[in-house]
Design a protein around this ligand. Structure first.
Ligand code: ADE
Length: 337
């Protein structure tokens, strides 16, 4: 069962509950991660111990939260969901930890945004299940130690490089990287979602949505729903390839899944900065996007496509990006082709 309260975050709506896989067999892709997790879970269950703390990382929308829910289901345990930015004060974390029941899973999303002071409270909680709280100030300050029930922390991040070494080292169960899905896996996810949503979808439409889904299930499900809207308004009984193409074109999602902002970022690098290198800060100012949004939302997919490179001197648009956007590429402005 999942519990969400306002501090215990508001994250849970990001993936439509009805589309969330309910068991391993329904979870498509990430095969190596699944295999390792199944062993970890079975072994811990056989020893009657909680699963050790786990860290998931990788681009947004690939199923980190879904995996945490699957693990809790498998263990028949309760999952309490929160996120780094939702835990503002030491007291917030203390309250979450002291309210855990034996065997609970605590899921912290965006763990790289956890405040450093709060992070330090987490260390003894993870290592020895003790919560050290300082009461009072100055000479009369005292530390009290509370014992916590056995629990498993599952943390997720899109930015593993921002995690401190001490925090990273405490995920004794393992650190797992989620990768972009293959086109074939995305097609299967779309077919599964269409079935659940009662959408009569043509194979050609499945392929069309998959191609433009950035190899990301969350995007695939979102685009599928927008195509369903389009087909419904067009009074069509089924989602045909032609309808999918028209719906996705109308959303200005191009055949490789690039959206307006992706193209704008590349166009700015090419037109204003001669293809780069351009520093992230400068790029953020020139595109009116947050640095973090560029890094976490747009760049992973642009790099996956081989359209953008992060170099020590800044961001560079590659020859492929020039070609896709219809710019002529001489090869000399960027040092990458
Ligand atoms: N929905 C989101 N992620 C999924 C996955 N990996 N498998 C099936 N459905 C999903």
């Amino acid at each position: 069962m999942a519990i969400t309260d306002p501090k215990i975050a508001q994250d849970d709506r990001s993936l439509d509950q009805t589309l969330r896989p309910k068991g391993w067999a329904e979870y498509i892709g990430q095969e190596m991660v699944k295999k390792n997790l199944k062993i970890l879970i079975q072994a811990a269950q056989e020893r009657n111990e909680p699963v050790e703390h786990l860290l998931f990382y990788g681009p947004a929308g690939l199923g980190k939260t879904t995996l945490a829910h699957l693990i809790s289901k498998e263990l028949r345990s309760q999952v309490k969901v929160t996120s780094g930015p939702a835990i503002e004060k030491v007291g917030d974390l203390a309250s979450i930890l002291t309210n855990l029941s034996p065997g609970d899973i605590l899921f912290i999303d965006e763990v790289h945004r956890l405040n450093k002071l709060i992070e330090e409270i987490l260390y003894p909680a993870l290592e020895s299940r003790s919560l050290d709280i300082i009461i009072g100030k100055g000479p009369s300050a005292r530390t009290i130690q509370l014992e916590l029930p056995p629990f498993t922390l599952i943390a997720a991040t899109t930015r593993i490089a921002l995690l401190s070494a001490p925090l990273r080292s405490r995920f004794s169960g393992g650190t797992f990287r989620l990768d972009f899905y293959s086109e074939n896996e995305i097609e299967k996810i779309i077919e599964r979602s269409a079935k659940i949503l009662g959408i009569n979808i043509e194979k050609g439409a499945v392929k069309e949505v998959a191609k433009r889904s950035r190899f990301t299930p969350r995007v695939a499900n979102r685009l599928l729903k927008r195509c369903r809207d389009f087909a419904q308004v067009e009074k069509s009984q089924s989602l045909t390839q032609d309808l999918a193409v028209r719906a996705l074109d109308l959303l200005e999602i191009d055949p490789l899944g690039l959206e307006g902002t992706d193209r704008m970022i590349l166009n700015v690098i090419i037109s204003k900065f001669g293809g780069g290198p351009v520093g992230l800060q400068t790029l953020a100012a020139a595109t009116s996007e947050e640095k973090e949004t560029i890094e976490e939302v747009y760049e992973p997919y642009l790099m996956q496509l081989g359209f953008l490179e992060r170099t020590p001197r800044g961001r560079v648009a590659t020859g492929r990006a020039y070609q896709h956007l219809g710019h002529s590429f001489s090869g000399q402005s960027a040092f990458l082709s």
